[in-house]
Design a binder for this molecule. Structure first.
Ligand code: SAM
Ligand code: SF4
Ligand code: SF4
Length: 372
């Protein structure tokens, strides 16, 4: 495999200084988009399949037993993913997140993690490698993942009540206790702090907010509430189902007063808070009521090698064809791919209302395909 180090066209220093003031880790070789946002985070969806059918993500009316998922031969191999990551690390990427679908269903995922841990940024630092999972296989895999070099893990858990949990995950025969066991074992394996993601739906799990807060305070885990988003075309998204972050904060504060943590770190999507009584940290991801596009430094890679510059994109750029073109060196690929980022203008969440009202919304890719 070609591992050449190559020159990239550097962005000019005036633009960089703005982010340095914002405490963004901007390397001299970072590529900036049209809105001067560096590329420093790559989310990699390793599989479009999942063993859950969360109605907000993969409703089972659409993703039923006859649904045709991606064929194995169309998935990027681990070597191909590693080559992409190696090249993107030269363009500024410092953080990687493996996701899906359900990433723990991808066979031997630990082998990919092992390869990724060997990659270094141009300044010689290892990449920050994380994984987001529904937790159903975590108890079996936590120690293997840690041993392979995984740095951090996010577990999705939308309810503690078994009936409500079942509605949130599409009536699979898995209980919240299975996920909680996975979290405990991940903790024992040393994958701390664990982030717990809870998508809040007005008609399904809003009654679980306080139980989740109680469960995860004082545990070292960081619970994060996510506003239900209009990703993809299949979840029948309805604004009435969204509970704005501010309402959730007001509700929690009646029982557990909170303090906002000042956080100027660009690229961080969750607003961080802590409990006044020392119960630990809690976060809020508010794509609907508090768009964070101006600080969005993430690109997303689909299991078949398409690059998306926004979660709400309709088209991806086919990296796999470039990758399988034997005439292109790593240096050629870096130059071609850096141009994709340089042309980026995405800010869907900032203009969601206009887009949803005046254009055809049936154009977005599915969350399970590019991994949230
Ligand atoms: N299967 C894994 C999981 O559930 O953690 C990883 C993939 S999942 C697409 C990544 C994250 O997206 C999860 O935390 C999930 O709750 C979140 N998510 C899925 N659909 C969403 C939606 N419509 N709005 C907000 N978050 C969503
Ligand atoms: Fe699967 Fe995660 Fe989507 Fe739920 S949110 S259906 S667990 S990919
Ligand atoms: Fe980033 Fe697109 Fe989300 Fe805005 S809408 S924060 S550009 S992924």
């Amino acid at each position: 495999m070609n591992q050449s180090i190559f020159p990239i066209n550097f962005p000019h220093s005036k633009k960089l200084s703005k982010y340095k003031r914002l405490n963004v880790s901007v390397l001299d070789h970072s590529v900036l988009d049209k809105k001067s946002r560096p590329l420093n985070y790559l989310r990699i969806s390793v599989l479009d399949q999942c063993n859950f059918r969360c109605p907000h993500c993969m409703p089972d009316e659409i993703f039923h037993k006859n649904y045709i998922f991606m064929k194995n031969e169309n998935l990027l191999s681990f070597n191909e993913i590693a080559r992409i990551v190696r090249i993107f690390s030269k363009l500024g990427v410092q953080k990687i997140r493996l996701t899906g679908g359900e990433p723990l269903l991808r066979k031997n995922i630990q082998e990919l993690i092992k390869v990724l841990t060997c990659i270094r940024t141009p300044s010689g630092k290892p990449l920050d490698i994380g994984l987001t999972t529904n937790g159903s296989l975590l108890a079996q895999k936590a120690f293997i993942l840690k041993k392979a070099g995984l740095r951090n893990i996010t577990v999705s858990l939308d309810a503690l009540d078994p009936k409500i949990f079942s509605k949130m995950i599409g009536k699979q025969k898995i209980t919240p206790q299975t996920i909680l066991n996975g979290i405990e074992i991940a903790k024992k394996a040393g994958l701390m702090p664990i982030k717990i993601n809870m998508v809040v739906r007005h008609s399904i799990n809003k009654t679980e907010i306080l139980s989740m807060v109680k469960k995860f305070r004082h545990t070292g885990n960081i619970l994060r509430f996510i506003e239900y988003m209009d990703v993809g075309n299949t979840n029948n998204w309805d604004l009435n189902e969204v509970i704005p972050t501010q309402e959730i904060i007001n509700f929690i504060e009646k029982k557990y007063p909170l303090i906002a943590l000042n956080d100027s770190n660009m690229g961080r999507v969750a607003k961080r808070w802590k409990y006044k009584d020392g119960g630990g940290e809690i976060g809020f991801i508010s794509s609907i009521t508090d768009a964070f596009c101006s600080g969005c430094t993430r690109a997303r890679l689909s299991p078949d090698g398409k690059l998306f510059t926004c979660l709400f994109s309709s088209k991806g750029y086919d990296l796999r064809s470039d990758l399988r073109n034997q005439n292109l060196s790593d240096e050629d690929l870096a130059n071609i791919w850096s141009k994709i980022w340089k042309l980026r203008q995405d800010n869907y969440s900032e203009k969601r209302n206009v887009i949803r009202n005046f254009s055809n919304p049936d154009q977005k890719i599915e969350m399970s395909y590019i991994g949230g």
